[in-house]
Design a binder for this molecule. Structure first.
Ligand code: DMJ
Length: 636
């Protein structure tokens, strides 16, 4: 008897021998038989061809590649969340900050706050599994989702309220330039900036010299509440009554000059004496005049030198004075830029000692050898009264306000002191002859420096006081070409902001004078900081007052917005920064200089004001720290 399996075998053998059924099983067996009948070479060739086709197929299919790559990232790290972020990054590549090496447009000014907000927002919405239609650029800057905090570029957490608060300042009033509402919205933006700066000062540095907004602390220079005093008349002009009242209270009750402390004669004259005198004039409050008399008399020991050229430092408690430890020289700009204040103090007190001391300095400098076409060296010796370190001529640091005060003393005194005017006119000619040049390729007019006969195309931001001063002189009847030069230099100073990646000027620039370069302005690594200085805004104010050309207001508006983008600290205050060339990390320096409140914000306000009687330039002359002092009536 046959087993069942044996019977199966027999039947299979039968069908194999000739009958054609076309069943699946038969076809498989037939293919296999044919495959086995092939030679080894033939089989290898077929296999190779099939492999080749397979590889080509995969390589030309993008979907497969994407899929594979995605799997690899996710698979390797075994992290589903990471895979999600990678996908998001690919999708929103255009709005995330590019790594430095990939940046193509170095002039782009995307604020880092905005970039970080976008990043935060897309990630959050993605993780919540919302339907994703790409980045919402319109609303991207409006704060975080669901009231969550936003991380700023400074690493600080901005609450939603603060974040949208910043945004309002970037928004122009819709009524258009020229309208009252438009002007008012810009004035309000300045008031808001002031309030924000004041908030930081009040909270972390009240009664101290300077706010350190990042570390939420303060810095002491003289220990005399420098920022508070510098800001007094700004608050008055901006109409910030509450803030002014609390500051007045501090001056009346807390401010004492009876302190064993060394102060710099120039800095304390222009900021403290100047600030108190102007506040007295604006308010009529005698308390400020009393304080001004007190500090003024305490500074007088500085003039007790063999030459009558004052020392740089005074101890206002002990009544002693001395030069800096390493020299017996004083800086020319310092000893020639204290005259407006001491002359005014004499006029108010009837005591001539103040004005006699400072006018003696001017008379000596007027007669001194060592000038070049009216341009002065940077140092003067307190023993012999002679210029030292001769041969270097600049309109920047250590010489700048000498030129400014020649003109302004002449204006203050009713345009009768001809020596001052002569020296000023001579100096402007000296600038034209020795320091003016034009950059390549744009032909920007700039003021360089002269060092032992060698011209250097270096210009400090400090020089940007010059367009305003030239315009002021032209307003008072000096040659019309002063105004033309003022307008040219104003454009240059604006370009020192506009050509930087942050839209903020560095401390020093070097203008290009060689054919072939595409950039007019070069900045060295060490010069990339911005200290919130006022000079360009100051000049914009003068230029707008005298020409009514709206472009000056527009330039100032751009600058204000860039200060808000790159220097505003969420918790209060503004900070100087290290690098105006890096919008992704301008690197805060943790210091708000007192002149930001005393000068920069005041000049912004006056620039945006359409009222020529708000500190009329026919009645007041600003000292070099932006404190307005009255122009004397002709009789005096
Ligand atoms: C201010 O103290 C004064 O404007 C001074 O004349 C120059 N330096 C600072 C502002 O930059």
């Amino acid at each position: 008897m046959l087993s069942p399996s044996k019977r199966d075998f027999v039947s299979l053998t039968l069908s194999e021998s000739g009958s054609y059924t076309n069943s699946k099983q038969w076809r498989r067996q037939s293919c296999w038989r044919k495959w086995k009948q092939l030679s080894r070479l033939q089989r290898s060739l077929i296999l190779f061809t099939l492999m080749l086709l397979l590889v080509c197929g995969i390589a030309t299919s993008p979907t497969l590649i994407e899929h594979w790559r995605g799997d690899k990232v996710g698979g390797n790290r075994n992290d589903g969340k990471l895979q999600f972020v990678v996908d998001l990054k690919n999708e929103y590549r255009s709005i995330l900050p590019e790594p430095p090496s990939e940046r193509k447009d170095y002039r782009r000014r995307g604020p880092p706050v905005l970039q970080n907000r976008l990043q935060f927002k897309t990630n959050v919405s993605g993780l919540l599994g919302e339907e994703n239609h790409g980045p919402d650029l319109k609303n991207a800057d409006k704060g975080s989702e669901g009231g969550k905090p936003i991380i700023s570029w400074r690493g600080a957490v901005i609450e939603e309220e603060q974040a949208s608060d910043t945004d309002t300042k970037d928004t122009e009033n819709q009524d258009g330039p020229g309208s009252l509402a438009h002007a008012e919205s810009r004035l309000e933006a300045v008031r808001e900036a002031f309030r924000h700066a004041w908030k930081g000062y009040k909270e972390f540095a009240w009664g101290h010299d300077e706010l350190k907004p990042i570390s939420k602390s303060y810095g002491e220079w003289f220990g005399l509440g420098l920022t508070l005093i510098d800001a007094l008349d700004t608050m008055w002009i901006l109409g910030l009554k509450e803030e002014f009242a609390e500051a007045r209270e501090w001056v009346a009750k807390e401010l004492s000059f009876d302190k064993n402390v060394d102060v710099n004669l120039f800095e304390s004259t222009i900021r403290i004496l100047g600030g108190l005198l102007s506040t007295y004039h604006l308010t009529g409050d005698l308390m400020f005049l009393d304080k001004a008399k007190d500090i003024g008399s305490r500074l007088m020991p500085a003039f007790n030198t063999a030459s009558k050229i004052p020392y740089s430092d005074v101890n206002i408690g002990k009544g002693t004075a001395h030069p800096p430890r390493w020299t017996s020289d004083s800086t020319v700009a310092e000893v020639t830029s204290i005259q407006l204040e001491f002359r005014e103090l004499s006029r108010l007190t009837g005591d001539t000692k103040y004005k006699l001391a400072v006018m003696e300095v001017m008379q000596q400098v007027h007669k001194l050898d060592g000038k070049k076409d009216g341009l002065v060296p940077m140092f003067i010796n307190t023993n012999n009264g002679l210029f030292t370190h001769q041969g270097i001529y600049t309109l920047g640091a250590r010489a700048d306000s000498y030129y400014e005060y020649l003109l302004k003393q002449w204006i203050q005194g009713g345009k009768t002191e001809n020596e001052l005017l002569d020296d000023y006119l001579l100096a402007v000619e000296g600038v034209k002859k020795n320091l003016l040049n034009k950059s390549i390729p744009k032909g920007l007019t700039f003021v360089g420096e002269l060092s032992h006969g060698h011209f250097s195309p270096k210009m400090d931001h400090l020089v940007c006081f010059l367009p305003g001063t030239l315009a002021l002189g032209a307003h008072y009847g000096l040659p019309a070409d002063h105004m033309e030069l003022a307008e040219q230099l104003m454009e240059t100073c604006y370009q020192m902001y506009a050509q930087m990646e942050t839209g903020l000027s560095p401390e020093i620039v070097h203008f290009n004078m060689h054919e072939g370069s595409t950039k007019d302005v070069n900045v060295k690594m060490a010069d990339r900081h911005n200290l919130l200085r006022p000079e360009t805004v100051e000049s914009l104010f003068y230029l707008y007052r005298f020409t009514q050309d709206k472009k000056y207001q527009q330039w100032g508006w751009e600058i204000l917005q860039n200060f808000n983008k790159y220097t505003k600290v969420p918790t209060g205050g503004y900070t100087s920064i290290n690098n105006v060339c890096d919008p992704s990390y301008p690197s805060p320096r943790d210091k708000m200089e007192s002149f930001f409140l005393g000068e920069t914000l005041k000049y912004f306000y006056l620039l945006f004001s359409e009222d020529p009687d708000l500190i009329s330039l026919d009645k007041y002359v600003f000292n070099t720290e932006a404190h307005p002092l009255p122009i004397w009536p002709q009789a005096e």
